[in-house]
Design a protein around this ligand. Structure first.
Ligand code: FEO
Ligand code: CA
Length: 671
């Protein structure tokens, strides 16, 4: 059975009253927020509504009432993937495996490839390091579901590689003495991997020979995009002199998204770490922008500037502007060059979640993209396209430029539970700070500063932003979930120098000082219209330990029932509309490796949380995703045993890898 036990309403209320700080105003505000919680209506309106209805109970949900039928996993620091009884996991597509038939196997035998003998050319043909966000595209595009217990016969799996850690990759590695070959292998281990996978029986297999359309005459699916691949640039800043010259590679690709026209979006996040010598620049907007983004003043930690002058800002001062974008890749057309979209702004993008807003009864609608800027005290953004997506012709040529033109907004969350999307247009910026931005291109390049000027709300590290939507059409529900992972500086001073006075004080939407465990905010767009410029918001939950004693160091009291956790990062929805959370940082609060938890909104708007999976030691869990029929749960195990922590996952040597979890009877996950 699960950990924990049902509580009476009185106990629950008592816990809730004790749950936050002793500041009655704050407690009252959060209490009011929680009591206004609406039911989540998730993807697939009919199924989700049915699930939500079945969850409505009066009083505190009990185990018997829980819609999720699995037995919760206990906290563990075991160096493996731990799943509930009746479930099993497999690994697939680990770092270093070849993407192409006929290439040498990974291993230490004669003729095999391993970290000790890897070359950049080899790495370019192999799966990259530190898998993050995963998307699955049915192949051929829009393939109808089959009836044999699997949704489709073939998928194109696209996943990105956030960063490399030389000391976890190469024997005897040191950044200061690293040779050129090691640096180039790391560059090639960044970026994005495209690979075919199939479900054969109960096992997912890597199909190296898969072709687009799943026909013999299609192009080979397998493909790598790396830290050196040439990119196109579009949008308002495409001709800005700061982006002149070749744009090579994509770096620090964290979460991302996918579009109804069948493309993969990847978010360039902490790109600052690759650049050196920002202090050498003359005073001015470039130096200010680089400081705001945390570019290194002296030598970079990786020292790549020793071999690649583009990472030395003293030699190539504009190179830092070529990163911090949302990039788009078409897995169905390997000849289409990947693109960096400047219209969506430049910051430490965590994600790029797409929904389509169809006017009543119509099949064409504007595309809305949500993104978070994962830094302490940074902002939540959305982008609304000028053009429309036509669901009757999803692969239409015009769709591939939808993300090049539109309006970018930053979110302001008011204390009364209302909110506004503040336009980052040149006209609006001029009205607030005349002359601060030269033109729209300048706003796209210096987006954080534009958010400062309009007065967006500094959040507790906004990571994933997800909006449940219907498969195929991507029609949203008006609901948007913003995951704030943590902010140890909340209550202190805001940590990035902007020239703008910024308060680090707790506020309505970020109510906990020293927010170690994070929280999830639920936004409801006005009229459930994703293009609206106003919204209401409330907490979905504050992470932590629902059973923690009051007044613990910081405030780690969770406002939910069930299993404790910290640092929610990436979330996903199953086909019943239930929200699942992957964590990055639980071990900083509790003696448990990072984990995946299922949440459900039960009676009285209370959220119940059940631990579904715990990852191996020293990892974070990324890219949570369900197969469309909900019989497989996928996630990526990033950096098992990071920074020398003891791990031998998955097979003796620590290798980032994808994991697929299925029920041993092949049934629906979580039922
Ligand atoms: Fe790359 Fe914000 O996680
Ligand atoms: Ca993340």
């Amino acid at each position: 059975m699960t950990r924990g036990f049902p509580m009476s309403d009185f106990e629950a209320e008592d816990l809730r009253k004790r749950s936050l700080s002793s500041d009655n105003t704050l407690e009252g505000m959060i209490d009011a927020q929680l009591s206004r919680r609406g039911f989540l209506v998730g993807a697939g309106a009919v199924a989700a509504t049915a699930a939500a209805t079945s969850m409505v109970t009066f009083g505190v949900p009990t185990e018997a009432q829980a819609a999720t039928g699995f037995t919760a996993v206990a906290e563990t620091t075991a160096d493996t993937v731990t799943v509930p009884p009746g479930y099993s996991f497999q690994t697939l597509l680990p770092w270093g495996d070849s993407l192409f038939e006929g290439d040498a196997a990974w291993g230490t035998g004669a003729g095999e490839v391993n970290a000790g003998n890897m070359t950049a050319d080899e790495q370019e043909r192999r799966i990259g390091f530190n898998h993050d966000m995963l998307a699955l595209f049915a192949n051929p595009f829009g393939a109808p579901a089959s009836a044999n217990g699997q949704s489709h016969s073939a998928y194109i799996a696209v996943f990105n590689h956030e960063y490399t850690t030389g000391s976890d990759m190469f024997p005897g590695y040191s950044a200061t003495t690293a040779r050129r070959n090691t640096v180039d292998v790391e560059l090639a281990a960044h970026g994005i991997t495209v690979a075919g996978i199939r479900l054969e029986g109960d096992t997912w297999v890597h199909d190296k020979g898969m072709r687009v359309g799943d026909t013999p005459d299609g192009a080979l699916v397998a493909r790598r995009i790396t830290g050196t691949t040439r990119f196109l640039v579009d949008g308002p800043a495409k001709d800005d002199p700061r982006l002149s010259g070749p744009v090579a590679g994509t770096l620090n690709n964290c979460a991302g998204g996918f579009t109804p026209w069948g493309t993969y979006l990847s978010a360039e996040e902490n790109f600052n770490q690759y650049f050196a010598n920002a202090s050498s620049l003359p005073a001015g907007t470039t130096k200010d922008n680089y400081r705001i983004l945390g570019m290194t003043n002296g030598a970079s930690q990786r020292r790549w500037e020793k071999y690649h002058s583009r990472f030395d800002l003293a030699k190539m001062p504009n190179e830092g502007f070529k990163f911090g974008w949302i990039v788009e890749v078409d897995p169905f057309d390997p000849t289409r060059r990947p693109v960096k979209h400047t219209a969506i702004g430049r910051f430490k993008h965590e994600c790029a979640t797409v929904v389509v807003q169809y006017p009543e009864g119509q099949t064409k609608g504007k595309v809305v993209l949500y993104s978070g800027d994962d830094e302490r005290f940074d902002y939540v953004y959305k982008f609304v396209t000028d053009g429309t997506f036509d669901s009757a012709n999803p692969r239409a040529k015009g769709h591939f430029s939808l993300l090049s033109s539109g309006t970018l907004y930053a979110a302001k969350l008011n204390a009364d539970g209302t909110g506004e999307w503040l336009p980052l247009t040149h006209a609006n910026l001029e009205s607030k700070a005349a002359g601060a931005f030269a033109d729209q291109a300048d706003i796209c390049l210096r987006t954080r500063e534009a958010g400062d000027v309009v007065g967006a709300t500094p959040m507790d590290r906004p990571e994933d932003v997800e909006a449940p939507h219907t498969p195929g059409t991507f029609a949203g529900t008006g609901k948007v979930f913003v995951v704030c992972t943590n902010n140890s500086n909340r209550g202190g001073s805001a940590n990035r120098p902007t020239g703008t006075v910024r308060s680090g004080a707790a506020d309505a939407a970020n109510p906990r000082t020293n927010n170690r465990t994070g929280h999830i905010v639920q936004i409801t767009e006005n009229g459930n219209d994703h293009t609206s410029t106003t919204f209401t918001w409330q907490f979905y939950l504050l992470a932590g330990d629902p059973k923690a004693a009051s007044g613990a160091v910081g405030d780690v009291k969770g406002t939910f029932f069930g299993d404790r956790f910290g640092s929610p990062d990436n979330i996903t929805f199953d086909n019943r509309g239930l929200l699942w959370i992957a964590t990055d940082g639980t071990p900083n609060s509790y003696p448990c490796n990072d984990q995946v938890l299922c949440t459900e909104v039960a009676g009285n708007g209370k959220v119940r949380v059940k631990r579904f999976l715990v990852g191996p030691y020293g990892c974070e869990i990324c890219g949570p995703l369900f197969s469309p029929d909900n019989t497989t749960f996928f996630c990526n195990i990033q950096h098992p045993g990071e920074d020398g922590q003891p791990s031998s996952f998955p097979n003796g040597q620590k290798r980032p890898t994808m994991v697929a979890v299925r029920r041993t009877d092949g049934g629906i996950i979580g039922n």
